[in-house]
Design a protein around this ligand. Structure first.
Ligand SMILES: N#[N+]C[C@@H]1[C@@H](O)[C@H](O)[C@@H](O)[C@@H]2O[C@H]12
Length: 439
């Protein structure tokens, strides 16, 4: 049975999501200072084909055209991030040209009746703060608080939906343990420290938000994975519980319960890895919603030879260009799990797929993405009909963009970007979405 927009509650919002470093370009223009990703992407070996976001989708100069495209699709909302080093320089001074860009973007969105959702931090830490220790320097939480307060003051009169951090798990573990994201460190102790300081930063920002944007809503967006045992055996079930805590619980529990998940904390302790208990009262100040970035599941199996006694097992379901299994039921399962455990309103702040998109005659026949989105829309509707307080769904992504270590090799957009000309093309999925939103 084909679902329609009208099957969803009237107030439910459909949008698309992007992030500053992935689309803006103008990486060193109009007073913007470097971020850790500007430096990391220019260092050999970090990004496929040595690609970077110096230009990206040139959104800094083309934002009016891009908002017009969103309006043509009939989107209700648009989630984007602020580039911290574009608005605040190393002397703690505002960069007015950078601030003006976001003012104009917000005003353009409102003019087109598109609700802005702003993410304060989507991985592009100012490089000068990294030089002061970055996320492993406890002071970073106060720098973030001051940056957040400035943005709340500047845009809070028009923007009422804010997300403090995007996927702190990635910032901490891909950036400080696995080394595949900026700043490229490989130190589990640094990763745990960074994780804690990211959560402290979140808590301090929520505190000032309550003083500045009294009629606004604030939350945090986490990567959410459905973790399952690779084999129906006790030890794999135990590993699934542990990995669920490592990935999902580690950034949800402290924010709501003011404490880290016990099993994972115990494993870190046994391995001599320090965990932290300071400022848990600040970390757990009440928030208004959780943002859920859902893409796929993770199959795990017990392996005593691995540092954390488990390894990831590739599944046998159809996969996207990222090698991620297409697993729509995992979205429903995780929405249900999060809502039962934390009782907070939810937004799907990212869901989408990288596809083998080819531009031919001005068209991109991405029927696979239409199928993917429809199946995940169905799971969102099932969750709503089962009483879960799900309030919105943002497709990742509005347009093809810089996919971090994958460079431009992975296309997640519903709009195709020809990077050689910067021309935008609606993919079939965009045209399908436009019809769906009017259905
Ligand atoms: N990879 N991948 C796609 C997508 C990435 O482009 C976003 O920036 C992240 O928030 C999240 O990882 C998801």
């Amino acid at each position: 049975m084909k679902i329609k927009r009208s099957d969803f509650p009237k107030e439910f919002i459909f949008g698309t999501a992007t992030s500053a470093y992935q689309i803006e370009g103008a990486a060193f223009e109009d007073g913007k200072e470097p971020s850790i990703w500007d430096i990391f992407s220019h260092e050999k070996g970090n990004v496929k084909n040595m690609e970077n976001s110096d230009v990206a989708c040139d959104h800094y100069y083309r934002f009016e055209e891009d908002v017009e495209l969103m309006s043509q699709l009939g989107l209700d909302a648009y989630r984007f991030s602020i580039s911290w080093p574009r608005v605040l320089n190393k002397n703690g001074k505002k960069n007015q040209k950078g601030i003006d860009f976001y003012n104009r973007l917000v005003d353009k969105l409102l003019e087109k009746n598109i609700i802005p959702f702003i993410t304060l931090y989507h991985w592009d830490l100012p490089y000068y703060l990294y030089e002061k220790g970055g996320w492993v320097n406890d002071d970073i939480a106060l720098y973030f608080r001051d940056y957040a307060a400035m943005m709340f003051e500047l845009l809070g009169d028009r923007v009422k939906h804010w997300i403090t951090l995007n996927e702190p798990w990635c910032s901490a573990f891909l950036g400080y343990y696995m080394g595949i994201h900026a700043p490229g460190h490989k130190d589990i102790n640094e990763a745990l420290k960074a994780a804690h300081n990211l959560l402290r930063a979140h808590g301090y920002a929520v505190g000032v938000f309550r003083e500045i944007v009294k009629d606004g809503k604030v939350g945090i967006t986490n990567v959410v994975m459905k973790v399952e045992p690779a084999n129906e055996v006790e030890e794999d079930y135990q590993m699934a519980v542990l990995v669920d805590e490592f990935i999902n619980g580690w950034f949800h529990d402290p924010v709501v319960f003011g404490k880290y998940p016990e099993n994972a904390k115990g494993v870190f302790g046994k391995l001599g890895i320090r965990t932290y208990d300071n400022d848990l009262d600040i970390i757990s100040v009440p928030i208004d919603f959780f943002g859920v970035n859902y893409y796929t599941r993770q199959l795990v199996t017990y392996d005593p030879d691995e540092p954390f006694m488990y390894k990831i097992v590739p599944g046998n379901l159809p996969k996207t260009e990222m090698g991620w299994e297409v697993y729509p039921s995992g979205l429903y399962d995780m929405l249900k799990k999060l809502y039962i455990r934390y009782r907070l309103p939810l937004y799907i702040t990212e869901n989408g797929m990288a596809g083998p998109d080819k531009l031919e005659g001005g068209l991109v026949k991405d029927t696979y993405r239409i199928d993917y989105l429809m199946k995940h829309f169905e799971m969102a509707l099932k969750a709503i009909n089962d009483g879960i307080d799900l309030r919105g769904y943002f497709i990742w992504s509005l347009m093809d963009n810089f996919e971090w270590a994958e460079g431009y090799s992975k296309r997640f957009g519903i709009i195709y970007v020809d990077y050689s000309t910067q021309k935008r093309y609606f993919k079939d999925s965009a045209l399908w979405l436009k019809d769906f939103l009017n259905s």
